[in-house]
Design a protein. Sequence first.
Length: 293
Amino acid sequence: MSGQPTPQAAEGAAPAPAGPRPPVVELIGVEKTFDAGTPKAFTALKDLSFRVDDLPGHGELIAIIGPSGCGKSTVLNLIQGFPDVYPPTRGQVRVRGRQVVGPGRDRGMIFQRYSSFPNRTVLRNVTFGLELNRRELGLSRRQMDELARQWIARVGLAGHENKYPHQLSGGQRQRVAIARSLVLKPRIILMDEPFSALDEPTRYDMQKLITGLWHDLEATVFIVTHSIAEAVFLGDRVWLMTPAPGRIGRTFDDVIPPTRDADPLLVQESRAFKDAVGEVAHAFHEIQSGRAG
Ligand code: ADP
Protein backbone atom coordinates (compact mmCIF):
# COMPACT_ATOMS: atom_id res chain seq x y z
CA MET A 1 0.00 0.00 0.00
CA SER A 2 1.20 3.49 -0.78
CA GLY A 3 2.45 5.60 2.11
CA GLN A 4 2.75 8.69 -0.03
CA PRO A 5 0.58 11.74 0.44
CA THR A 6 -2.34 11.84 -1.97
CA PRO A 7 -3.21 15.18 -3.54
CA GLN A 8 -6.79 15.84 -2.55
CA ALA A 9 -7.75 18.88 -4.57
CA ALA A 10 -11.01 17.54 -5.91
CA GLU A 11 -14.04 16.52 -3.90
CA GLY A 12 -14.18 13.03 -5.27
CA ALA A 13 -17.85 12.44 -5.35
CA ALA A 14 -20.86 12.91 -7.61
CA PRO A 15 -23.59 15.49 -6.79
CA ALA A 16 -25.61 14.80 -3.62
CA PRO A 17 -29.20 13.66 -3.95
CA ALA A 18 -31.87 15.79 -2.25
CA GLY A 19 -33.77 14.42 0.77
CA PRO A 20 -33.09 13.45 4.39
CA ARG A 21 -29.56 13.48 5.80
CA PRO A 22 -27.75 10.56 4.15
CA PRO A 23 -25.42 8.19 6.02
CA VAL A 24 -21.83 9.44 6.42
CA VAL A 25 -20.50 6.29 4.79
CA GLU A 26 -22.42 3.47 3.19
CA LEU A 27 -21.09 0.36 1.48
CA ILE A 28 -23.68 -1.60 -0.46
CA GLY A 29 -22.91 -5.19 -1.54
CA VAL A 30 -19.23 -4.44 -2.07
CA GLU A 31 -16.92 -6.99 -3.61
CA LYS A 32 -13.27 -6.32 -4.38
CA THR A 33 -11.41 -8.80 -6.51
CA PHE A 34 -7.81 -7.87 -7.23
CA ASP A 35 -6.34 -8.94 -10.58
CA ALA A 36 -9.80 -10.01 -11.71
CA GLY A 37 -9.85 -12.21 -14.78
CA THR A 38 -6.25 -13.37 -14.31
CA PRO A 39 -4.88 -16.53 -12.64
CA LYS A 40 -3.83 -14.27 -9.73
CA ALA A 41 -7.43 -13.15 -9.09
CA PHE A 42 -8.08 -12.74 -5.37
CA THR A 43 -11.35 -11.74 -3.75
CA ALA A 44 -10.48 -9.65 -0.71
CA LEU A 45 -14.01 -8.45 0.11
CA LYS A 46 -17.38 -9.98 -0.69
CA ASP A 47 -20.97 -8.97 0.10
CA LEU A 48 -19.75 -6.22 2.38
CA SER A 49 -22.51 -3.85 3.40
CA PHE A 50 -22.66 -1.34 6.23
CA ARG A 51 -23.83 2.15 6.95
CA VAL A 52 -22.63 4.71 9.42
CA ASP A 53 -25.29 7.29 10.18
CA ASP A 54 -24.59 10.96 10.58
CA LEU A 55 -24.66 11.98 14.23
CA PRO A 56 -24.88 15.78 14.15
CA GLY A 57 -22.59 17.45 16.69
CA HIS A 58 -21.06 14.12 17.60
CA GLY A 59 -17.87 12.33 16.68
CA GLU A 60 -17.72 8.59 16.32
CA LEU A 61 -14.78 6.24 16.10
CA ILE A 62 -15.13 2.83 14.54
CA ALA A 63 -12.24 0.46 15.13
CA ILE A 64 -11.84 -2.31 12.56
CA ILE A 65 -9.99 -5.47 13.49
CA GLY A 66 -9.68 -8.87 11.87
CA PRO A 67 -7.23 -11.51 10.71
CA SER A 68 -4.31 -10.32 8.61
CA GLY A 69 -5.26 -10.07 4.93
CA CYS A 70 -9.03 -9.94 5.58
CA GLY A 71 -9.42 -6.69 3.67
CA LYS A 72 -9.26 -4.02 6.40
CA SER A 73 -6.97 -1.67 4.46
CA THR A 74 -8.97 -2.35 1.33
CA VAL A 75 -12.11 -1.03 3.07
CA LEU A 76 -10.31 2.21 3.99
CA ASN A 77 -8.84 2.56 0.50
CA LEU A 78 -12.28 2.16 -1.06
CA ILE A 79 -13.78 4.81 1.22
CA GLN A 80 -10.87 7.09 0.38
CA GLY A 81 -11.28 6.42 -3.34
CA PHE A 82 -7.60 5.51 -3.58
CA PRO A 83 -7.07 4.93 -7.33
CA ASP A 84 -4.98 1.73 -6.91
CA VAL A 85 -7.95 0.03 -5.23
CA TYR A 86 -11.06 2.00 -6.21
CA PRO A 87 -13.60 1.19 -7.68
CA PRO A 88 -15.00 -1.98 -6.15
CA THR A 89 -15.56 -4.91 -8.50
CA ARG A 90 -19.23 -4.92 -7.50
CA GLY A 91 -21.42 -2.75 -5.31
CA GLN A 92 -21.23 0.86 -4.27
CA VAL A 93 -19.26 3.03 -1.89
CA ARG A 94 -21.13 6.17 -0.89
CA VAL A 95 -20.00 9.10 1.20
CA ARG A 96 -22.77 11.39 2.44
CA GLY A 97 -25.10 9.89 -0.12
CA ARG A 98 -22.78 10.46 -3.07
CA GLN A 99 -20.99 7.71 -4.89
CA VAL A 100 -17.24 8.06 -4.40
CA VAL A 101 -15.31 8.78 -7.58
CA GLY A 102 -11.86 9.49 -6.12
CA PRO A 103 -10.05 11.03 -3.13
CA GLY A 104 -11.48 14.23 -1.68
CA ARG A 105 -10.65 16.82 0.95
CA ASP A 106 -13.61 15.58 3.00
CA ARG A 107 -11.68 12.34 3.71
CA GLY A 108 -8.25 12.38 5.41
CA MET A 109 -5.99 9.34 5.48
CA ILE A 110 -3.29 8.65 8.08
CA PHE A 111 -0.94 5.72 7.48
CA GLN A 112 1.30 3.60 9.68
CA ARG A 113 4.40 4.83 7.94
CA TYR A 114 5.24 8.44 8.15
CA SER A 115 3.78 9.95 5.02
CA SER A 116 4.92 13.54 4.91
CA PHE A 117 7.42 15.31 2.68
CA PRO A 118 11.06 14.99 3.82
CA ASN A 119 12.10 18.20 2.04
CA ARG A 120 9.44 20.35 3.70
CA THR A 121 9.51 21.76 7.22
CA VAL A 122 6.83 20.81 9.72
CA LEU A 123 5.02 24.07 8.93
CA ARG A 124 5.18 23.50 5.18
CA ASN A 125 4.06 19.91 5.56
CA VAL A 126 0.99 21.08 7.44
CA THR A 127 0.23 23.90 4.96
CA PHE A 128 0.61 21.47 2.01
CA GLY A 129 -3.05 20.48 1.72
CA LEU A 130 -4.15 24.07 2.32
CA GLU A 131 -1.90 25.27 -0.51
CA LEU A 132 -3.33 22.62 -2.80
CA ASN A 133 -6.88 23.77 -2.04
CA ARG A 134 -5.98 27.41 -1.62
CA ARG A 135 -8.39 28.85 -4.17
CA GLU A 136 -11.35 26.82 -2.96
CA LEU A 137 -10.62 27.63 0.67
CA GLY A 138 -10.02 31.31 -0.06
CA LEU A 139 -7.13 31.55 2.39
CA SER A 140 -4.22 34.00 2.27
CA ARG A 141 -0.67 32.76 2.94
CA ARG A 142 -0.87 34.34 6.40
CA GLN A 143 -4.15 32.60 7.20
CA MET A 144 -2.76 29.27 6.02
CA ASP A 145 0.31 29.66 8.22
CA GLU A 146 -1.84 30.68 11.18
CA LEU A 147 -4.14 27.68 10.79
CA ALA A 148 -1.17 25.34 10.40
CA ARG A 149 0.49 26.77 13.52
CA GLN A 150 -2.72 26.21 15.50
CA TRP A 151 -2.81 22.56 14.46
CA ILE A 152 0.88 22.08 15.10
CA ALA A 153 0.25 23.34 18.64
CA ARG A 154 -2.83 21.12 19.07
CA VAL A 155 -0.82 18.01 18.29
CA GLY A 156 1.86 19.13 20.77
CA LEU A 157 4.56 20.27 18.35
CA ALA A 158 4.71 24.02 19.05
CA GLY A 159 8.32 25.16 18.65
CA HIS A 160 9.07 22.52 16.02
CA GLU A 161 7.57 24.41 13.06
CA ASN A 162 10.84 24.93 11.23
CA LYS A 163 12.28 21.45 11.72
CA TYR A 164 12.48 18.86 8.97
CA PRO A 165 11.00 15.38 9.42
CA HIS A 166 14.43 13.72 9.88
CA GLN A 167 14.95 15.94 12.95
CA LEU A 168 11.87 14.47 14.67
CA SER A 169 11.13 11.24 16.53
CA GLY A 170 8.71 8.65 15.09
CA GLY A 171 5.92 9.84 17.41
CA GLN A 172 6.52 13.49 16.47
CA ARG A 173 6.44 12.59 12.79
CA GLN A 174 3.12 10.86 13.24
CA ARG A 175 1.86 14.03 14.97
CA VAL A 176 2.86 15.97 11.85
CA ALA A 177 0.94 13.49 9.68
CA ILE A 178 -2.11 13.93 11.94
CA ALA A 179 -1.89 17.75 11.83
CA ARG A 180 -1.36 17.67 8.06
CA SER A 181 -4.56 15.69 7.63
CA LEU A 182 -6.72 17.40 10.26
CA VAL A 183 -5.92 20.97 9.23
CA LEU A 184 -8.22 20.33 6.27
CA LYS A 185 -11.06 19.51 8.69
CA PRO A 186 -12.02 16.23 6.99
CA ARG A 187 -15.45 14.93 7.98
CA ILE A 188 -14.12 11.39 7.69
CA ILE A 189 -10.71 10.32 8.99
CA LEU A 190 -9.26 7.02 7.83
CA MET A 191 -6.38 5.67 9.93
CA ASP A 192 -4.50 2.57 8.83
CA GLU A 193 -2.48 1.07 11.68
CA PRO A 194 -1.37 4.60 12.56
CA PHE A 195 0.53 3.77 15.73
CA SER A 196 1.89 0.30 15.15
CA ALA A 197 5.40 1.52 14.28
CA LEU A 198 5.64 3.41 17.59
CA ASP A 199 7.00 2.24 20.93
CA GLU A 200 4.52 1.53 23.74
CA PRO A 201 4.75 4.83 25.71
CA THR A 202 4.52 6.88 22.49
CA ARG A 203 1.56 4.80 21.43
CA TYR A 204 -0.23 5.68 24.67
CA ASP A 205 0.52 9.37 24.09
CA MET A 206 -0.94 9.17 20.61
CA GLN A 207 -4.04 7.31 21.82
CA LYS A 208 -4.62 10.06 24.36
CA LEU A 209 -4.18 12.73 21.70
CA ILE A 210 -6.62 11.04 19.36
CA THR A 211 -9.42 10.55 21.92
CA GLY A 212 -9.35 14.31 22.55
CA LEU A 213 -9.13 15.39 18.93
CA TRP A 214 -11.79 13.33 17.27
CA HIS A 215 -14.53 14.48 19.61
CA ASP A 216 -13.57 18.11 19.00
CA LEU A 217 -13.63 17.54 15.26
CA GLU A 218 -17.00 15.80 15.35
CA ALA A 219 -15.72 13.61 12.54
CA THR A 220 -16.33 9.98 11.76
CA VAL A 221 -13.08 8.10 12.28
CA PHE A 222 -12.28 4.62 10.99
CA ILE A 223 -9.18 3.12 12.50
CA VAL A 224 -7.69 -0.19 11.41
CA THR A 225 -5.53 -1.75 14.08
CA HIS A 226 -4.14 -5.17 14.86
CA SER A 227 -4.29 -4.38 18.58
CA ILE A 228 -7.51 -5.49 20.26
CA ALA A 229 -6.65 -3.33 23.28
CA GLU A 230 -6.23 -0.29 21.06
CA ALA A 231 -9.52 -1.02 19.27
CA VAL A 232 -11.37 -1.34 22.57
CA PHE A 233 -9.75 1.78 24.02
CA LEU A 234 -10.29 4.02 21.01
CA GLY A 235 -13.45 2.63 19.47
CA ASP A 236 -17.00 3.72 20.18
CA ARG A 237 -17.71 0.66 18.12
CA VAL A 238 -15.48 -2.27 17.24
CA TRP A 239 -16.06 -4.21 14.04
CA LEU A 240 -14.55 -7.64 13.68
CA MET A 241 -14.06 -8.80 10.10
CA THR A 242 -14.08 -12.39 8.89
CA PRO A 243 -11.06 -13.93 7.11
CA ALA A 244 -11.00 -13.05 3.37
CA PRO A 245 -13.24 -12.60 1.54
CA GLY A 246 -13.86 -10.15 4.32
CA ARG A 247 -17.15 -8.88 5.64
CA ILE A 248 -18.23 -7.68 9.07
CA GLY A 249 -18.54 -10.81 11.23
CA ARG A 250 -19.30 -9.25 14.63
CA THR A 251 -19.90 -5.77 15.94
CA PHE A 252 -19.39 -4.54 19.48
CA ASP A 253 -21.08 -1.32 20.56
CA ASP A 254 -20.31 0.53 23.76
CA VAL A 255 -17.66 -2.01 24.69
CA ILE A 256 -16.31 0.19 27.43
CA PRO A 257 -17.40 3.57 28.86
CA PRO A 258 -16.25 6.63 26.87
CA THR A 259 -12.52 7.23 27.19
CA ARG A 260 -12.39 10.86 26.14
CA ASP A 261 -9.32 12.55 27.62
CA ALA A 262 -8.79 9.51 29.81
CA ASP A 263 -5.33 8.21 30.59
CA PRO A 264 -4.91 5.09 28.43
CA LEU A 265 -2.73 3.45 31.07
CA LEU A 266 -5.31 3.87 33.83
CA VAL A 267 -8.23 2.77 31.65
CA GLN A 268 -6.35 -0.25 30.40
CA GLU A 269 -5.70 -1.40 33.98
CA SER A 270 -9.41 -1.44 34.82
CA ARG A 271 -11.47 -4.59 35.18
CA ALA A 272 -14.14 -3.34 32.70
CA PHE A 273 -11.47 -2.79 30.08
CA LYS A 274 -9.84 -6.18 30.59
CA ASP A 275 -13.23 -7.91 30.40
CA ALA A 276 -14.06 -6.10 27.15
CA VAL A 277 -10.71 -7.04 25.61
CA GLY A 278 -11.27 -10.64 26.70
CA GLU A 279 -14.71 -10.71 25.05
CA VAL A 280 -13.43 -9.28 21.77
CA ALA A 281 -10.34 -11.53 21.80
CA HIS A 282 -12.56 -14.58 22.29
CA ALA A 283 -14.74 -13.58 19.31
CA PHE A 284 -11.62 -12.90 17.24
CA HIS A 285 -10.32 -16.37 17.96
CA GLU A 286 -13.68 -17.93 17.04
CA ILE A 287 -13.92 -16.04 13.78
CA GLN A 288 -10.33 -16.80 12.83
CA SER A 289 -10.82 -20.50 13.41
CA GLY A 290 -14.04 -20.47 11.38
CA ARG A 291 -16.32 -21.25 14.31
CA ALA A 292 -18.31 -18.02 14.04
CA GLY A 293 -19.29 -15.20 11.68
P1 ADP B 1 -5.60 -6.33 5.80
O1 ADP B 1 -5.52 -4.83 5.88
O2 ADP B 1 -6.83 -6.88 6.46
O3 ADP B 1 -4.36 -7.02 6.30
P2 ADP B 1 -5.62 -5.84 2.94
O4 ADP B 1 -6.88 -5.08 2.74
O5 ADP B 1 -4.35 -5.07 2.92
O6 ADP B 1 -5.74 -6.73 4.27
O7 ADP B 1 -5.52 -6.95 1.81
C1 ADP B 1 -6.51 -7.95 1.64
C2 ADP B 1 -6.01 -8.94 0.63
O8 ADP B 1 -5.99 -8.32 -0.66
C3 ADP B 1 -4.59 -9.42 0.90
O9 ADP B 1 -4.53 -10.81 0.57
C4 ADP B 1 -3.75 -8.63 -0.05
O10 ADP B 1 -2.60 -9.33 -0.46
C5 ADP B 1 -4.68 -8.38 -1.22
N1 ADP B 1 -4.39 -7.10 -1.86
C6 ADP B 1 -4.45 -5.88 -1.28
N2 ADP B 1 -4.14 -4.90 -2.17
C7 ADP B 1 -3.87 -5.53 -3.33
C8 ADP B 1 -3.49 -5.08 -4.64
N3 ADP B 1 -3.34 -3.77 -4.90
N4 ADP B 1 -3.28 -6.02 -5.60
C9 ADP B 1 -3.45 -7.33 -5.33
N5 ADP B 1 -3.82 -7.83 -4.14
C10 ADP B 1 -4.02 -6.94 -3.14
